[in-house]
Design a protein around this ligand. Sequence first.
Ligand SMILES: N[C@@H](CCC(=O)N[C@@H](CS)C(=O)NCC(=O)O)C(=O)O
Length: 348
Amino acid sequence: MNSEDPFDRLIKDAQDELTDPARNKIVRGIEGEAPRFELLHNALSICSQKVRTVLAEKGAAYMSREMITPSMAGIGGLDAMADNYRPGFVRLRIHAAGLERMGRLNEGHTLRTSAELEGFDACVVPLLIDHQKRRAVVDSVAICAYIDAQLADTNPLVPADIAEDVMAQVRRVDEIPNPGQLYAFHEDDPRPEFLKKAMDGIYDRKCAMLRQMIDENSDDAELVRAYEAKFQREASGGKVQRDPVFLGGIKSEFAEIITALNAKLEASDGPWIFGGDFTLADAVWGVNLFRIHWLGHAYLWDHMPRVRDYAYRTYRRPSIWEAAITWPAPTPPSPHTEDVLAMGPISS
Ligand SMILES: N[C@@H](CCC(=O)N[C@@H](CS)C(=O)NCC(=O)O)C(=O)O
């Protein structure tokens, strides 16, 4: 690493913000070898869980840098600045995104995280660094596809003959309004109590942190532009977090999403969405179904045994088990998924 090189400098600045040794560790490393990949991520973030799942499917070693996001701070009762708002991290994301994406910054919030639908958010996890190719990659859809393409010889998750169909499913999952379940206060809200507590007032806390970052970095126009957009986005999130009409729409959307998944599984001639082979579509569905389940919404597939069996099959896939379900971090267990934890993974 050369501290004069702009890319190395950006990486070093981001790394220097993440110094807690307990949150920096090498996963699947080989003694004496620096891993090719480095992941800046968070335990609870499903976008991070998808990327960790792909790395696990590939058996890839990586440097894991776990970051504290506002939700994580809320759950852990921490009064800390979110790592994903720190300048070094945000500058690295801006660099990775490039001019085109920075031209479409995300300023609204419809309680979803798809960059395709909402624009680019410079202040979120995950981010992958490929030290061999000297590239930083952002957005979980792009990162998952990138890892699969780079490690094409091991366990292909986007097989060439069905690549378009697999990626269409991956994008479909990316569009699911997950924050509409995680952050929002619905009628008959099934979320675990610790989560309701953590999410109460979260958008105000996010806005206060972003205001602080805007003030502290007023000499960097690009950074301020990214923070301002994020501030607008989080302020709009706060406006719909308890809006019963808006949330009614999200609830119906989830029911439609699961019905569509059921139809997709019905059309499959194997245990996975595209037949006998586990693909990236199954990896992202598994992670997302577990999140829905963990939040208390598995009733959505009570009358769809095909979805229920598929959900458990994905949970017990060793990669998902490791990357999303039992990833060691202060993510409290949910009463809704106690039965899953009692099961254990199944080797494929
Ligand atoms: N489209 C992005 C979305 C990333 C995203 O929204 N990450 C969330 C966690 S899943 C996050 O970092 N939230 C923290 C915040 O908004 O402060 C991706 O897929 O990587």
